[in-house]
Design a protein around this ligand. Sequence first.
Ligand SMILES: C[S@@+](CC[C@H](N)C(=O)[O-])C[C@H]1O[C@@H](n2cnc3c(N)ncnc32)[C@H](O)[C@@H]1O
Length: 413
Amino acid sequence: MITINETSFFRFKTQFDVLQEKVLPELISLKKNLDRSIRIWSAGCSTGEEPYSIGMILLEIIPDSENWDIQIYGTDVSKRALDHAKDGFFNEKSIEGVDEYFIQKYFNKINNSYRVNEKLRQLVSFGYHNLIREPYPLAVMSNWDIIFCRNVTIYFRIESTKRVISNFYKSLNPTGYLFIGHSETLAHINDDFNLIEAKNIFYYKKEKKRKKGRTLRKDLLFEDKKQWQSLEQDNTQNDSNKRELEDLLRRSNNYFKQKKFELAMPLLKRLLKNDPDNTQAYLICAFIHANQDKLKEALLECQAALQINPFLPAAHYLLGVIYTKKDEMKKSIEEYNKTIYIDPNFALAHLNLASIYYSSGQYELAEKEYLLTIDSINNNPDGEWKEFLGGFITDLIIQTCENNILELKKLKS
Ligand SMILES: C[S@@+](CC[C@H](N)C(=O)[O-])C[C@H]1O[C@@H](n2cnc3c(N)ncnc32)[C@H](O)[C@@H]1O
């Protein structure tokens, strides 16, 4: 049973790797010639492991931290957790799994406990704050470079989560970042943030993508007319190749829809030989192989597609299906969440998440996902998710969701 204050040092390590290797270096290079300040808020910090982990990473990559104005602020509603965090004492079990290097450098052993050392304690401060209560005080509503709010809002009502995230958005600097729990999503909650992918995880940036500039007229780039004409000729050849490849894709897609997989497969292989970056061809292959329970092949094909473009909801969705078939439910949940990070209305990802939560007794989350399934179907009745329906009609899905929601309400009461 997960307790509400559950936390650990470097929990979900990949997020800290991304912080160390991507986010902080970018921030440091931006700030080094400005005010040399870094402000990080750990909202819902529990007993302090999260902000102290952030602090260790910061001290590692800014060896001259005394020349910087660094603030890491941990807040929580649990005064007991905050007292623990402020004292900075942790038992043997809490530091299990922390790299020996960090233990030696940032902890002092006192009897059977480990206390966070003075340098790290000076970097991190703590205060009471309730994320649900508005308006937020000035102490938290101001200029954060990074906000961590992981595994806190999962049990909030969706309306509260929306307000919390919108407050984070307002209180972040224009180039600020937000990290939420690795299996949480902002789908249906907030679409102001820019989604970023690194090391196979997602996080958010406040800065909006730049608007696309005007398309350059290629003929203006070439002073020599011949050079331009030969490029045009190449293009004609390219166009006929392109048409051939499009035709291969169209035919294999038709066979695939008619479930004539044995006819689709050779065409897809030919297509991929000539166009190894064709993500759609990889996805159809993966779908066919997943259907035939050839999970290893299907997995590799999804991964190949994602290497070309990490933002393909269908590839993440198929990975979710594959991991469920392999009984690797944690990975499956991660992939479904990535699917809806990218396409919040990918109804089948919500539906599959709902049934995973239902069968593992997480009724609150299951209910939320059934509701989101219905919302997604209504918001985007003809989305890409429909290609994966396999003959089911959407009305039946809505009906199933409604029945299950009623069942769940009974189970909860
Ligand atoms: C599961 S812990 C997560 C700790 C840490 N963020 C992590 O991921 O390891 C959730 C924390 O959120 C805090 N919390 C719950 N509701 C809150 C609220 N309305 N405002 C601030 N913190 C809250 C709880 O007290 C708890 O310490």
